[in-house]
Design a protein around this ligand. Structure first.
Ligand code: NAD
Length: 477
């Protein structure tokens, strides 16, 4: 039974709370129970964070960083254990889980640069005998609400930067993958951070609503689906909190006729089917420009049908299960809908649904148009749609028609086409000859349009700006 972490105390939720089963999606077995905490539990976590804030926010930056280095060392020491936790309750392959943990640790590496990142600036003699100095201060109690699909990496996008800047934190992990956040918090305490600096309250909608309403919470970091991101942004802003809310995605991969097939085929497979398509940076629609489709279809069909589907901890497996049976069925329903709307089913991964666990194999639909549900809506599963465009202009237009704008990428040997794409495509993360355009920890991560609500993206210097407020001091002696 998973428990909340309030200060240094591992605590069960208030009496009467419901519990949800946590599954191993590769077997369908229940491996744990997670509490659905309510407003009282959230209040206890926020009070613990608020209580720790006074001392923590005045703790010397070098002391904060020393603890962060210890946390980083513990994450390295427990690297394989964390990856195994991710595979066990998310389902992704061990290699994908290792990649996730590594990208998460990189944010901790970045947070260790706080003595430089938190510096302000100064201008002496701004007018006769007057100096001006800009200082950065923490904002108070911050809260983080991650999605299910990166249970270690996404919490690490949030709390290390917040706490190194002097804030205290309440993390509400996804109720579908709560084990990563729970283990991170144990390692955080073991590193020596004072109790209350990081608190964990498990739950779902009620816990989120309580965080959004709590007067002592100053900032909310959210990552999840577009409708919930919009809701969180609106509610948090209405309650005078700063907020960054990252939403869903419908990412386009534009393939120009001059692209190198040896690069493009594995890239599309990786982008569309990596993490079983449960990735906000998954390539969902491949737009074949001109004659590019000719060289694309047969190799994609062959390679996708040969991909090894199975439990993520088995050697050689390339595509793990989906998170839940209902989600798998929703993805399968999209395939049916696509066929009903006139798409051609090139590879059908639904035969994998008969296995134990929540599997659906790589699936490809051809001749998808932006008007179809499969061309327009986020599927969040291993389903690749292929659409056609006569020109680069038309391909960019297709990508830009989407209400979402998380990632878009182009494969081409033409610098001019690549540059044109970079200039005109409306996506916050844009790739040129890369399958997954993920910014490193020291750059900001986020989409545009309906994929993001707020102005400061996560991590990078945007993260530092989000978790600090500036004070300008004007001095005359
Ligand atoms: P989700 O929106 O269902 O849940 C995200 C978080 O919000 C969870 O912690 C959940 O408990 C909470 N929540 C769910 N419904 C809620 C509601 N009605 N009110 C208040 N809180 C609620 O998302 P998910 O299914 O866990 O994750 C998948 C989604 O996340 C996809 O849409 C994916 O594109 C998106 N995502 C985006 C990014 C990004 O960087 N933009 C990264 C990863 C995932």
């Amino acid at each position: 039974m998973i428990r909340n972490l309030i200060g240094a105390e591992s605590r069960a939720p208030a009496d009467g709370a419901d519990w949800l089963p946590v599954y191993n999606p590769a077997t369908g077995e229940v491996i744990d129970q997670v509490p659905l905490s309510g407003a009282g539990d959230v209040d206890a976590a926020v009070r613990a964070a608020a209580g720790a804030y006074r001392d923590w926010s005045r703790t010397a930056v070098m002391d904060r960083v020393r603890l962060m280095f210890r946390f980083k060392a513990l994450l390295e020491e427990h690297f394989e254990e964390l990856a195994a936790i991710v595979t066990r309750h998310h389902g992704k392959t061990l290699d994908e889980a290792r990649g996730e943990v590594r990208r998460g640790i990189e944010v901790v590496d970045f947070a260790c640069g706080a003595p430089t990142l938190l510096q302000g600036r100064t201008l002496r003699d701004v007018s006769g005998g007057v100096d001006q100095d800009l200082y950065r201060y923490p904002v108070g109690v911050c809260a983080g609400i991650p999605p299910f699909n990166f249970p270690v990496m996404i919490p690490l996008w949030m709390f290390p930067l917040a706490v190194v800047a002097g804030n205290t934190f309440v993390l509400k992990p996804s109720e579908r993958t709560p084990l990563g956040g729970a283990r991170l918090a144990e390692l955080f305490l073991e590193a020596g951070f004072p109790p209350g600096v990081l608190n964990v309250v498990h739950g779902a909608r009620d816990a989120v609503e309580a965080l959004l309403a709590h007067p002592a919470v100053s900032a909310i970091s959210f990552v999840g689906s577009a409708p919930v991101a919009r809701h969180v942004y609106t509610q948090a802003a209405a309650n005078s909190k700063r907020v960054q809310a990252l939403g869903g995605a419908k990412n386009h991969i534009v393939v120009m006729p001059d692209a190198d097939p040896a690069l493009v085929i594995p890239a599309i497979l990786n982008s569309a089917f990596g993490n079983a398509g449960e990735r906000c940076l998954a390539g969902s629609v491949a737009v074949a420009v001109g004659r590019a489709a000719e060289g694309l279809l047969d190799p994609l069909r062959d390679a996708a049908s040969k991909m090894v589907v199975g439990p993520g901890d088995e050697e050689g497996v390339q595509v793990g299960p989906l998170i839940r049976a209902e989600h798998r069925d929703r993805v399968a329903a999209y395939v049916e809908k696509g066929v009903g709307e006139g798409a051609e089913l090139v590879v059908d991964g639904r035969h994998e649904m008969s296995r134990r666990g929540f599997f659906l194999g790589p699936t490809i639909l051809d001749r998808v148009t932006p008007g179809m549900a499969v061309g327009r809506e986020e599927i969040f599963g291993p389903v690749l749609s292929i659409s056609r465009a006569a020109t680069l202009d038309e391909a960019i237009e297709q990508a830009n028609q989407s209400s979402l704008g998380n990632m878009a990428t182009i494969f081409t040997r033409s610098g001019r086409a690549g540059r044109e794409f970079r200039e005109r495509v409306e996506s916050g993360m844009t790739g040129i000859n890369v399958p997954v355009a993920q910014p490193f920890a020291f750059f900001p991560f986020s989409g545009w349009k309906g994929s993001f609500f707020g102005d400061l993206h996560v991590h990078g210097t945007d993260g530092i700006d989000f978790y600090t407020r500036k004070k300008v001091v004007v001095t005359r002696w």
